[in-house]
Design a protein around this ligand. Structure first.
Ligand SMILES: Nc1ncnc2c1ncn2[C@@H]1O[C@H](COP(=O)(O)OP(=O)(O)OP(=O)(O)O)[C@@H](O)[C@H]1O
Length: 232
């Protein structure tokens, strides 16, 4: 479970996120949906421990800054950041060492195969395309078998096959009880995935819908109504 209470983040005098509270239960896919600049990445980065903020974030009931919480959550940033001098495989080996994960079941190869990286596994970080980097970043986050996983605009830059695999992976994670929070401004990409949707605008959550609430509604209509049609 992921729980955020009263999260506020200011950059200087500008409030990027104001008093946001949300919960995503175990085995649920939460979507942060909002136009560019709404505050989605700021929330994700705050949860991931990359920003100072006021408020509370808990991962499976553990404060997100604690090492016990960091061990069980994965984060896929909007911009993948790889090591130039490590190969694709070495990235995954590094994660195994850092997180004390054993690869006895060859999960590493399963992930590489799934994301079509098997034949790229000896390429260096700086020899990869943006989409390949994104796929390595996804594999690294999955390798630790997280209980909570954060995806910041994960579909951007991926080819259709990778998008399909990612969606399949998200559904599998969910079925295994993993909590997922995914930010996007692309409604189309998440239509069949979500359980709870948080619509953001100008740093605030302006609408919250469960799949059940929205079953007779068109989420596009809700989004455009609430955000005043701001898509950029
Ligand atoms: N490093 C920063 N310094 C100052 N202001 C920032 C910084 N990062 C983000 N902001 C501001 O915070 C607000 C929220 O930005 P954020 O990146 O969280 O939005 P977003 O919803 O993720 O947008 P996008 O869909 O474009 O990625 C925006 O007004 C943005 O200008």
């Amino acid at each position: 479970m992921l729980e955020i209470k009263n999260l506020t983040k200011k950059y200087g005098k500008n409030i990027a996120v104001e008093d946001v509270s949300l919960t995503v239960p175990d085995g649920n896919v939460g979507i942060l949906l909002g136009p560019n600049g709404a505050g989605k990445s700021t929330i994700i980065k705050s949860i991931a421990g990359l920003l100072k903020f006021s408020g509370m974030v808990e991962i499976q009931g553990i404060a997100s800054r604690r090492i016990e919480a960091k061990k069980i959550f994965g984060y896929i940033p909007e911009m993948p950041a790889l090591f130039d001098a490590l190969t694709v495989r070495e990235h995954l080996e590094y994660i195994c060492k850092a997180y004390d994960v054993n690869n006895d079941d060859n999960y590493m190869d399963v992930l590489l195969e799934r994301f079509e990286l098997t034949d790229k596994q000896d390429k260096l970080g700086n020899e990869l395309s943006k989409g390949m980097m994104q796929k390595v970043s996804i594999c690294c986050a999955l390798m630790i078998r997280p209980k909570v996983i954060l995806f910041d605009e994960p579909m951007v830059g991926l080819d259709p096959k990778a998008i399909k695999e990612l969606k399949k992976t998200i559904i599998e994670l969910k079925n295994n009880g993993v909590t997922i929070l995914l930010s996007t401004h692309m409604l189309e990409m998440v239509k069949e995935l979500w359980d709870v949707m948080f619509i953001m605008n100008k740093g605030k959550i302006v609408g919250k819908y469960t799949k059940e609430d929205a079953k007779d509604m068109d989420i596009d209509d809700i989004f455009f109504q609430i955000t005043g049609g701001e898509t950029e």
